[in-house]
Ligand binder design. Structure first.
Ligand code: NAD
Length: 302
């Protein structure tokens, strides 16, 4: 039987509707408007497209939202000063510096300069620590892992007691999602195994997974025979494997492939995310959710 397709596009749209209502209510009852600043250094086309998408979503949700474009040659000191300005701006609840930034600037210094209470990407070491501790300590969850957890929960998979295998140990996906799913609580309480380039028998681990989360960045790394029948498969990988002409627009667009062989895997899995249209649309949505949380925190609203 073919797997149920977990549509990130649909689930993200649902969450955005919920956020829109929450933003309208915050405005009406408390006079609060969530504020997001996106800082873009230089004109890297992929980065321009990412921040444009973030700004568009923020506006649609009714945020106070600004983009601050800075030249490629901005000095580290000036960028740090700019961050400090937004750290002290009460209208701004979320600060996002689009990565990558030019090599002459120390990325770590920049991310660490963001006030952890406005760090809606949740990359600041303080927020990474809060995530490890879990429970009420975790104020913001990093966006891609938070999106993965929502996809699992909203598609009805029980995480409590489940065998979860995470392929990949990056700081932005593998490590945080593994930490989130092993916490006690809703959408977690799982037995988590993290596999990576040092793992001896990837296939054997994957085969045990009730929930398999793959974030390796290797097209079709996971073969269909590695999947436990009925498992929930979350494919985070987005790999460009070529280009094609879009039937809709006539423009050249990249051919994207996930880390899982989707067509074959869907005959074995119980549910699976497509690429594109799976985890991708969730990431921006969770950034918006963090900004709303930050605005509420700043106003002392639970
Ligand atoms: P990364 O390169 O930082 O980490 C990849 C991890 O996978 C590493 O820890 C490595 O040990 C592991 N790995 C790589 N090859 C492996 C192999 N053959 N066997 C076992 N483990 C292996 O990547 P990342 O930033 O975590 O991203 C992973 C993928 O997810 C990429 O394709 C990226 O584009 C995608 N991604 C998508 C979103 C989204 O919003 N959809 C967000 C972040 C990342």
């Amino acid at each position: 039987m073919s797997a149920r397709i977990i549509s990130g596009t649909e689930i993200a749209a649902q969450i955005r509707e919920e956020l829109k209502k929450e933003v309208a209510e915050l405005k009406e009852k408390h006079g609060i408007v969530p504020g997001l600043i996106t800082i873009l250094v230089g004109k890297n086309p992929a980065s321009v497209s990412y921040v444009t998408g973030k700004q568009k979503t923020a506006h649609e949700l009714g945020f106070y939202s600004l983009q601050d474009d800075q030249p490629e040659n901005i000095s580290e000191a000036d960028l740090l000063k700019l961050i400090d300005k937004y750290n002290n701006d009460p209208k701004i609840h979320g600060i996002l510096v689009q990565l990558p930034i030019p090599k002459h600037i120390d990325e770590k210094k920049v991310l660490n300069a963001i006030n952890p209470d406005k760090d809606v990407d949740a990359f600041h070491p303080v927020n990474v620590g809060r995530l490890m501790i879990g429970g009420d300590e975790a104020k913001f969850l990093p966006c891609t892992p938070a999106g993965i957890q929502e996809l699992i929960m909203r598609s009805g998979f029980e995480t409590s007691g489940a065998e979860v295998v995470v392929v990949g140990r990056s700081n932005i996906v593998g490590k945080p999602i593994a930490n989130m799913l092993l916490q006690k609580g809703k959408g977690a309480n799982a037995t988590v195994t993290v596999v990576h380039t040092g793992t001896k028998n990837l296939e054997a681990h994957c085969k045990r997974a009730d929930i398999l989360i793959v974030a390796a960045g290797v097209p079709h790394l996971v073969k269909p025979e590695w999947i436990k029948p009925g498992a929930c498969v979350i494919d985070v990988g987005v790999n460009r494997v070529g280009e094609k002409i879009s039937e809709k627009t006539g423009k050249t667009v990249p051919i994207l492939r996930g880390d899982v062989d989707f067509d074959a895997a869907k005959e074995i899995a119980g549910a699976i995310t497509p690429v594109p249209g799976g985890v991708g649309p969730m990431t921006i949505t969770m950034l918006m959710k963090n900004t709303v949380t930050s605005a509420k925190m700043a106003a002392g609203i639970k």
